[in-house]
Design a binder for this molecule. Structure first.
Ligand code: SF4
Length: 271
């Protein structure tokens, strides 16, 4: 973390040198890119039906160690109340373009959280937007973000990890919703004096399906919508949760800029 950024005096210098190298690598070591962003609905109309029920069913069915069930019953009144309150809203988030806020009204409120000395940021990247040539493999919870690797040098995840501050920040490379859910619950339990918040990249369907569970945990944060070859049916979603994801999801360019602005903001908050 921070390796590339720490070699430079200012954010602007670090970003410029990253981008120049990335453009050079695009010529010398081209990797597979999405040539055209397909126009797909975030969730297919048929899939939208009873989506909350499908989400609950999915979480329970694949909860192999009964982690979520145990968590729910660790405080059933509080968790039940939070869950029902979330179910009573039409959507579990407030949306601003590709940013989906959970328990927060807008970006300013999220920035206020990022600036808090007693906050810890979990930043999770879905494996669906790792490059096909990723040296750590796509369906893994690893990211080597090697300084000299020509693939990492063109990877948006690599750029984010190299720009992140190290203190009270935890990068996570997400393979399944159960994994990221467990990470967040464990962080909340491990740091009772810190407020845990998150930035998580995921398809719109995932952001909608599991938002109620984030609200149940009462952990406030930000989901970032992926575009490109996304999962917008249950069948595609379940396959991708088992590592079958032939397509490439992407963070759109203006959304990349927004994420990097937030990382810059957190870095400059000097926590
Ligand atoms: S930065 Fe991480 S995710 Fe990106 S190519 Fe390198 S190892 Fe893979």
């Amino acid at each position: 973390m921070s390796a590339h950024w720490d070699k430079h005096n200012t954010w602007e210098d670090a970003e410029k040198s990253w981008d120049v190298r990335s453009s050079e690598l695009e010529q010398s070591h081209p990797i597979r890119q999405l040539v055209k962003i397909p126009k797909l609905p975030g969730i297919r109309p048929k899939t939208k039906k009873h989506l909350r029920w499908k989400a609950m069913n999915y979480l329970a069915k694949y909860d192999e160690e009964k982690f979520f069930i145990k968590y729910f019953f660790s405080n059933p009144i509080k968790h039940g109340f939070n869950l029902i309150r979330s179910y009573l809203t039409p959507l579990p988030f407030t949306r601003d373009d590709d940013f989906f806020f959970y328990g927060l009204k807008n970006e300013q409120e999220f920035r206020d959280m990022l600036a808090k000395k007693n906050s810890k940021l979990v930043i999770g990247f879905s494996y669906c937007h790792k490059p096909f040539e990723c040296p750590s493999g796509r369906f893994t919870q690893e990211c080597a973000h090697e300084t000299d690797n020509p693939v990492c040098g063109q990877c948006f995840i690599g750029k984010c990890v190299h720009s992140l501050p190290t203190k009270q920040v935890l990068p996570v490379f997400i393979t399944t919703v159960h994994q990221i859910g467990e990470v967040i619950v464990k962080e909340v339990k491990k740091h009772p004096k810190l407020e845990i918040t998150y930035i998580i990249t995921a398809c719109e369907m995932t952001l909608q399906m599991f938002g109620d569970w984030a609200n149940m945990m009462n952990v406030r944060g930000l989901g970032v919508r992926l575009d490109g070859q996304i999962c917008n049916t249950m069948k595609a979603f379940v396959a991708s949760e088992h590592g079958i994801k032939p397509g490439m999801a992407v963070v759109l360019d203006n959304t990349k800029t927004r994420i990097l602005d937030l990382i810059k903001f957190r870095r400059e908050a000097n926590i």
